[in-house]
Ligand binder design. Sequence first.
Ligand code: GDP
Ligand code: IMO
Ligand code: MG
Length: 422
Amino acid sequence: MANTILVGAQWGDEGKGKIIDVLTERADIVVRTQGGNNAGHTVYLGKKKYVLHLIPSGILRKSKVCVIGNGVVIDPVSLVGEITGLAKLGIKIDTNLLISETAHLVLPYHRELDEQREILKGKNKIGTTKRGIGPAYGDKAARVGLRMIDLVNPSRFEEKLKVRIKENNEVLKAYGAKPLSFKKVHDAYRAAGDTLKPFVTNTVVYLHKAMLKQKEMLFEGAQGTFLDIDHGTYPYVTSSSTTAGGACTGSGVAPHRMDRVVGVLKAYTTRVGEGPLPTEDSQIADMLHGMGREFGATTGRARRCGWFDSVATRHASMVNGIDELAVTNVDGLDTLEVVRACVGYRLGGKTLDYVPNDVELLSRCEPIYVDFPGWKKSTTKARSWKDLPPQARAYLKAIAELSCAKLSIVSIGPAREQTIIL
Ligand code: GDP
Ligand code: IMO
Ligand code: MG
């Protein structure tokens, strides 16, 4: 039996969805443990494109069970929309999806507050996805959150929602925003609750029983290491634990039941939203955007782009305990004469080999690069390590070594078959 945690080793959008889809072939159960519908995980099957937000990417493979764990925050109306959308694409969802009864709800006042707080922050805004994620996790920590277990209990939901709408309407009024109608929110959420009720269960007990039956589990991380609430570039982060430990708290599966951690990273770096990105480079961004790549899967925003940053990925190896690396989007660098990797930061005459915690310092760090010869050849048809040009192999070996983990997967295109397992 092997339980695998998969995390993003950069700033999100590393290609986790694609790698999960590949790894699901050998797993029985795929579990989401944190985040909400701020996530956008893209998987291509043939010509069909699937963008998963709350439902684990494992759902695309028949006979696999997907679990939305207790650590996830769920917008039930959006989840029903996702289920309906997948059904239209031919993905049947019935007994293959389980939702934790203790997962917290994202409510319309969370979305409104997310928006209002961003407006108030002005130029210091985080650049959130406006999905209400921060306020929902805030309510969870403040112990005033509503959970799935409340949503499927009509009288309890009504009672709790009334109190929360009343308080939040006062706050919204103070922001100068429109108050919410209790009835509208109640009716929309109760309808979603009725649809979701058959999926709602005690997922901790389910996962433990499955473990006793030697089922293999895959924990699908959302966002990335540098968006982690503790280990990321605070305050330019999301509000959940995106690093490996989050898989345990967000599922109720103990740390010593986990067997390996796979870190997913791009052969370069991207970030959506505000906050420091030391290796940001406008030429790389123009090249990738010109190829029609690197637009956000959730909000459609153009992603900021830069060179590979091994100071960052080394930090990710450290906080996640990454054993193996999956490097994606190698093909994005196919046309370049020279490929660069950042190996250290320069700050005020000093050289740093770690990521400073102070975002102001991080934003002043200048990358120190090592240049590698480009391969100037398409890699998209490579199906084995030896099919890759020698320069690409040398670059991949170097970035894995610099990231202090073993290279185990190389992705050279969005399709399943464009994956090399080492
Ligand atoms: P996630 O949030 O980590 O699942 O990543 P996203 O789906 O938001 O963004 C990754 C993007 O890269 C998606 O459009 C994927 O289809 C795409 N992708 C993943 N791996 C590769 C690859 O090796 N090459 C190319 N060209 N695209 C890839
Ligand atoms: P996946 O799972 C990339 C970013 C937002 C913003 C910050 C906070 O697809 O990798 P939030 O709405 O969470 O309060 O926004 O985090 N962000 C992501 N960036 N990929 C994601 O998810 C993200 N989820 C949130 O852009 O900077
Ligand atoms: Mg994404």
